[in-house]
Design a protein around this ligand. Structure first.
Ligand SMILES: O=C(O)[C@H](O)[C@@H](O)[C@H](O)[C@H](O)COP(=O)(O)O
Length: 263
């Protein structure tokens, strides 16, 4: 695994401002590389993720960013109907992406949402666990195909961002569930049927896909996450603390003093 770097910020707001500034500066750096045509970023849902969207929109650096060459992906998604308020993508659109699209800065075709559940509530309720697994597997395969068609046979994200839950999950990789142990390098996206954090059905990038990212940034804040951070840092690859699997060509944790209080 790559050595982890950790930066501690004074509070959640400064943390979100720092992540947003780092995102915009890194996009600029990457786009300045000779021959580079685009930058691909996976964003995250959750409280800290939404704070980052707010700060991205507020930052003057955003205006200096060539969003037409930035592609937006998700590290995980709640597998619900496309218009469900629970969708990470819907929240990201509300907080940030719609404003960029409305201003003509970000083309809609640069947004790569994970698939939504297209079944009716009755069909969802009537599905057996096996049928639900098959629906999730098809959706995961569709997103993997989109990654491969946009980024080539060995797709890698430039920036992959993740929040952390109080149980030390990241993406939709939850303690004790099998998805965190998926280590087949050809499986890039997986379905989750029984997430302990509602809603229960989810799609997530796998550990091998995340590890291929050029910059993997994990960020979380407040004392309620302190235990999770301490567990993730205690030992690498602990299935009961999935964020201990976070890896990338650069691995950076950004936390605030509250989240760092048990280190
Ligand atoms: O779909 C989700 O819920 C997320 O993608 C999830 O992985 C989130 O980032 C963490 O649970 C942290 O969320 P909070 O910051 O809200 O605790």
């Amino acid at each position: 695994m790559t050595n982890r770097k950790t930066i501690i910020y004074p509070n959640p707001t400064v943390l979100a401002q720092a992540v947003a500034a780092r995102t915009l500066l890194t996009i600029g750096d990457l786009l300045a590389e000779p021959g580079r045509t685009r930058v691909d970023i996976a964003v995250t849902g959750g409280t800290d993720g939404n704070r980052v969207f707010h700060e991205l929109l507020a930052s003057p650096l955003s205006e200096a960013t060539d969003w037409s060459r930035v592609h937006i992906w998700w590290g995980d998604e709640r597998f619900v109907a496309a218009d469900d308020d629970d969708r990470n993508a819907k929240q990201a659109r509300g907080e940030f992406l719609d404003a960029m699209i409305d201003d003509g800065l970000l083309p809609e075709s640069n947004i790569h949402e994970m698939p939504a559940d297209t079944r009716t509530p009755d069909e969802i309720a009537a599905a057996s666990p096996e049928e639900t697994d098959a629906v999730l597997a098809r959706a995961a395969a569709d997103y993997q195909r989109e990654l491969e068609s946009e980024l080539g046979d060995d797709p890698a994200l430039d920036i992959a961002m993740f929040g952390v839950g109080p149980d030390a999950h990241f993406a939709s990789l939850f303690p004790g569930l099998p998805q965190v142990r998926l280590d087949d390098p050809h499986v890039l996206v997986a379905g989750v049927r029984d997430s302990p954090k509602p809603p229960p059905l989810r799609l997530t990038l796998t550990v091998p896909m995340i590890a291929r990212s050029r910059h993997t940034w994990v960020f979380t804040s407040e004392a309620r996450k302190a235990e999770a951070v301490a567990k993730a840092f205690a030992e690498p690859r602990n299935p009961m603390a999935p964020s201990s699997y976070a890896d990338g060509r650069e691995l950076l944790w950004m936390i605030d003093e509250g989240a760092a209080s048990k280190l």
